[in-house]
Write a protein that binds this ligand. Structure first.
Ligand code: AMP
Ligand code: ZN
Length: 498
């Protein structure tokens, strides 16, 4: 999408964003008026991203799209963690990458490459825009060693197991986590010799009698960087010592981001946390609690697709909840989002058939919105007020349905409004067709062409008033997992059983 011209910057409702650090919503001001700098903690690529992880990136994508919609240029960095993340966010357990390598017998590099590609495929399927830069942790080991050398003398101490950050050297340590519920300390496993439970590894020394697949030389011996170091180093390298927004899931508010802030303050000898806004999405949960990679089960985007649900239905499902609320995943909830998306796609398609002009095909706000009628423009200002209110997308979404149904508005105007809204929503509403939303489940025993042939026979049987044959054909389809939908208000003649 071309970014808006700077002369249109920033317009409409003032953008207010909740800052986890101050625990208040405040009007957003970028440091550089024309450029928003954002960093999002990226995936640890030892396995497929689960649906909860993907919720985190749908949130950051929405944030970025809102910024762009409001006229800002955005530089967005997402890291790829391919080293250092232990099975606990504190300092215990195995390196997740090493553990995956041991289990599968593959090299860490192969595992990282495979799951990085899988992650990029998922975000593509969810219409999450590529960041301006993917930054890979293992490409920045020398930067991390340099950075650690600068903070070590004043803030770190060495044990046999590595170099540790002494959190008592910073009186403000943990301020961000103060917003979290429950004592953080109790969730940190002890490591022998640490001065305080929250002290964390900057450098993890390789065990003397063991060669790790990933290890590098450093002033503290052979080893690998601690996980928290990479985000401080790469965000500073690409976005500066103090940038606008740092995002992550709410679990990062307690440990990872507190540790990043500590490193940043140590490095800059200041109170600066590194980012003016710290923003966290809440969890995707299922009936048994927080979704996580280690749980397995119905948890990847592919598992949703395999059930016959289009990936964009998952995007819409996420957009239907505010990013700071928990969201409960269930097959029924995502299926409901798919129905909503089908309705939207069909309403837009019906208007496309009636449109006289082509302006609605533009992909920038200025073209789409110039010369709109007052009533149409009013929808966009209501949409703007909702998204500017700490990204209240659930309040913005029904406006799409509402404007599509306003008969007094010309089809072209309705389409232009929806096209502009979709720049934020990223659902592809202007081009998607209902047939694109039909996904064959992985266990399908019948093809679309076979279904169409049986439906034709059934139509014929009904025309001949042979209802016994018509019912038999319906049952035949049902046995193959396909429901016939006579008189469906969406005009959908069949659907896969979910
Ligand atoms: P990871 O790959 O584990 O480093 O996590 C990638 C991102 O997903 C981080 O921002 C996490 O905070 C976030 N995340 C992890 N689990 C969930 C969940 N269940 N719901 C929402 N976000 C999550
Ligand atoms: Zn991070």
């Amino acid at each position: 999408m071309p970014m808006s011209d700077q002369s249109t910057l920033p317009s409409g409702a003032p953008l207010v964003l909740f800052n986890s650090y101050t625990r208040e919503a405040a009007p957003f001001q970028p440091i550089d008026p024309a450029m928003v700098r954002m960093y999002s903690c990226g995936p640890t690529v030892y396995s497929y991203a689960h649906l909860g992880n993907l919720r985190a990136y749908i949130f950051t994508d929405t944030l970025r799209r809102v910024m762009e919609w409001k006229g800002y240029h955005v530089t967005h960095v997402i890291n790829i963690t391919d080293v250092g993340h232990l099975t606990s966010d504190a300092d215990s357990g195995d390196d997740k990458m090493e553990a995956a390598a041991k289990k599968t017998g593959q090299s860490i590099w192969d595992i990282a490459a495979y799951y990085t590609d899988a992650f990029k495929r998922d975000i593509y399927r969810l219409h999450i825009k590529d960041p301006s830069k993917w930054s890979v942790a293992t490409d920045h080991i020398a930067d991390m060693v340099d950075y650690a050398e600068k903070i070590a003398p004043e803030h770190c101490y060495q044990l046999d197991t590595g170099l540790y950050f002494d959190v008592a050297t910073l009186p403000e340590y943990g301020k961000l986590a103060g917003a979290a519920e429950g004592p953080v300390e109790s969730r940190i496993d002890p490591v022998d010799g640490k001065r305080h439970p929250q002290d964390f590894a900057i450098w993890r020394a390789s065990p003397k009698d063991e060669q790790r697949q990933m290890e590098w030389d450093s002033p503290w011996g052979k080893g690998a960087p601690g996980w928290h170091l990479e985000c401080s180093v790469m965000s500073m390298k690409y976005l500066g010592e103090q940038f606008d927004i740092h995002t992550g899931g709410i679990d990062h508010r307690e440990i990872h981001h507190c540790n990043e802030i500590a490193q940043n303050q140590a490095f800059t000898h200041s109170h600066h946390t590194g980012a003016n806004w710290w923003m966290h999405n809440n969890f995707l949960v299922d009936r048994d609690g927080k979704m996580s990679k280690s749980k397995g089960g119905f948890s990847t985007l592919q598992s949703v697709i395999d059930r016959g649900i289009h990936p964009l239905a998952y995007r819409l499902f996420c957009l239907s909840a505010h990013y700071r609320s928990e969201l409960e995943f269930s097959g029924e909830n995502v299926a409901a989002a798919l129905t909503r998306l089908k309705r939207l796609a069909m309403s837009v398609a019906a208007l496309r058939d009636r449109a006289e002009g082509t302006v609605w095909q533009a992909d920038d706000r200025a073209t789409l919105e110039t010369g709109l009628s007052a009533q149409a423009a009013d929808f966009l200002s209501r949409f703007d007020s909702a998204i500017a209110d700490d990204l209240m997308v659930p309040r913005a979404l029904p406006l799409v349905e509402e404007v599509l149904g306003v008969k007094k508005l010309a089809p072209d105007d309705r389409l232009r409004v929806v096209a502009s809204m979709d720049l934020v929503l990223g659902l592809g509403l202007m081009t998607i067709n209902r047939v694109d939303l039909r996904v064959a489940p992985a266990n399908a025993t019948i093809t679309d062409a076979e279904i169409a042939a049986i439906l034709d026979q059934r139509k014929q049987a009904r025309a001949n008033k042979d209802y016994a044959e018509s019912d038999r054909l319906r049952d035949e389809l049902a046995a193959k997992g396909v429901d016939v939908m006579d008189g469906d208000p969406l005009g959908w003649d069949w659907a896969v059983q979910l």
